[in-house]
Design a protein around this ligand. Sequence first.
Ligand code: 3H9
Length: 705
Amino acid sequence: MSEAEVVVRFEVEGGVGVITVDNPPVNALGPGVREGIIDAVERGVADPNVTAMVLIGAGRSFIAGADIRQFGKPRPMPARRSTDVLDDSTKPIVAAIHGYALGGGLEHALSCNYRIAVASAKVGLPEVLIGILPGGGGTQRLPRLIGPKAAMDMIVSGRHVPAEEAETLGIIDAIVDDKDLRKEAIRFAKSVAAKRPLPRVRDRTDRIAEAKTDPGMFEAMRKSIARKARNQKAPYHCIACVEAAATQPFEEGLKTERRLFSELENSDEAKALRYAFFAEREVAKIPDAPKDLKPARIRTAAVIGAGTMGGGIAMSFADFGIPVKVLEVSREALDKGLQRVRDNYAISVKRGSLAQAEMDRRLPLIQPVGSYDAIADCDVVIEAVFENLDVKKEVFAKLDATMKRGAPLLTNSSALDIDQIAAVTKRPQDVAGAHFFAPANVMKLLEVVKGSKTSMQTIATAMKMGRDIGKVSAVAGTCDGFVANRSRAPFITEMMLMLEEGALPEQIDKVMVDFGYPMGPFAVNDLSGLDVSYMTRKRRAAADPNYRKLHVPDRLVEMGRKGQKTGAGWYRYEKGDRTPHPDEVVKSVIADVAREFGIEQRSFTGEEILRRLLCASVNEACKILEEGKACRASDIDVMWLHGFGFPRYRGGLMYWADTIGARAICDQILSWHERYGARWKPADLLCEIAANGASFREAKPKRAL
Ligand code: 3H9
């Protein structure tokens, strides 16, 4: 049996040829699939008993697109494209969609004569998210079907469009009962079997004419994405292709699409984005987890503490339809916390990002309670009280006494030792960290922190809980700051120390924004509050006589400059406006510190600023791997993408380091070690990677978590 026959089946049922793509897990267009489709269509066309055909996917999806693993590798050019063969069929073909029809999957559906779907199906052309463009005719067919504007929106955003919207747009001809899609598709195929001429998307001219009435739409789109798409080519190439669809004949447009696709396939951004795609799938996997491990499903949750973090965590559950109880010590604190949640939802409604009905559905899911007994039956509890070990120990002793057996007892601590918290309970196997990032209802990262006694079951349940509430969950080992914040801490230190040497916040911010961050690190610090890390620095300074104090931020906090909330921090803010203005006061604080400590002043290039910040963190990330606190180097990258706004098209911290090269990074760090002393001592693993010419992103932890 040939490979093509294995991944694509062809059966005739009641005069309808059913072409089933069966290539688990998501029917990607891997080896043999396109050939299988061509073969099946030819059999259907040749068979006099077949009057119509159905293209359908086995398992959980229609077709999720081209096989992403094949990109960047040499591939034989097919003599004929399967999309063309579908298009050229003399008998009608119906695409029957369930699960996902994405990328090449939707392109195959668009090459069929009709498309039906179940209500839960989603369609989209998400190629831009992996740095390429729809290269199977999608940029030419979709605009002909739904108009260039709507097509451009879908192709440039890469979003998944639900079946109902797809039907309104005109992508789907009918939504059918999801009990037996195959049966429905056969019935539909029979109903259109005799209809001629065959509707072909490529022949449509009506919708494409819209571009004539609004020729400025392409330029307007380029302008509207300028900030978000900076440093990237793919979104602009996508627009160029849709413009080609509106201005060129179909075959010419396809040539444009092919040319621009081949420019992107091996671009730096495409490579980095492909890496990020697979790194995000890897991060979900728990190494050494037993095969029969079954994470428990969280149906109800409890949060201890209704502060900013507690409220945000509660919203995260409510946003995904999970009822959550919020416990506070006083009625007043509870009321205040709940009011903040209401206000947050109301802001989203006002901005138009949330429907009022949705807010009304979510709010009642958050139930304020005043006693531990009231949360005893919840499937999970997340403690989000004040960051103080003694306070947390008190809470965990109470949780141990009240919560039902087996419920994960999670702490939202951002730095404290999980083992010490677990030690006050009689069930340390159930205790782990669930480190959300602020604002908890917005930020995607969830660090699941394993203590030395935490069970795999608890980790697996916490990881699944994260996924169920839309987070990207990553496992970390317990240590000060865990993995994400610990790896970022040296970046923060260096950004402050560079000020003392002559750089300015606005200069450093500009370098990082130009690199691709949505905001510069000082502007971010103004948003989160300078006072947040002030106490941590005091604690560290008291504990470690060698601790290098950060005088500039300390002084700003002591002057009452805590960031946006006080109208001034690293920048000055006008009342009611979030625009940062560089401030002479900050300049003079920096100059005072430099003078007092006799620090030599010099100028910095953008390249030096960038390298100094990121290299400091790469070094720390290597130490984290050495200590076995992260499962993989690529997990650290995922944490940087989803926790700190690292530009996705640069892959992540370790991926970036590989683009510079291990030898160059190591030499740079060695020279700073000589100049600045102990804090730049290179990690052993870093030296090893450089000596072996190995890569950072493939570096393995030196011991198990
Ligand atoms: C394209 O189509 C180009 C065309 O224009 C033609 C050009 C000529 N390839 O995400 P999950 C794997 S570009 C290879 O955990 P979910 C994935 O790695 C493509 N593998 O499931 C994972 O493997 P493992 C355009 C793929 O239910 C497993 O499937 N299409 C692909 O949470 C399960 O994945 C896209 O960009 C693939 N295309 O989400 C869609 N897709 O178990 C990309 C998945 O070993 N895919 N895998 O870790 C997705 O967005 C999600 O996977 C999907 C399912 C929404 C489909």
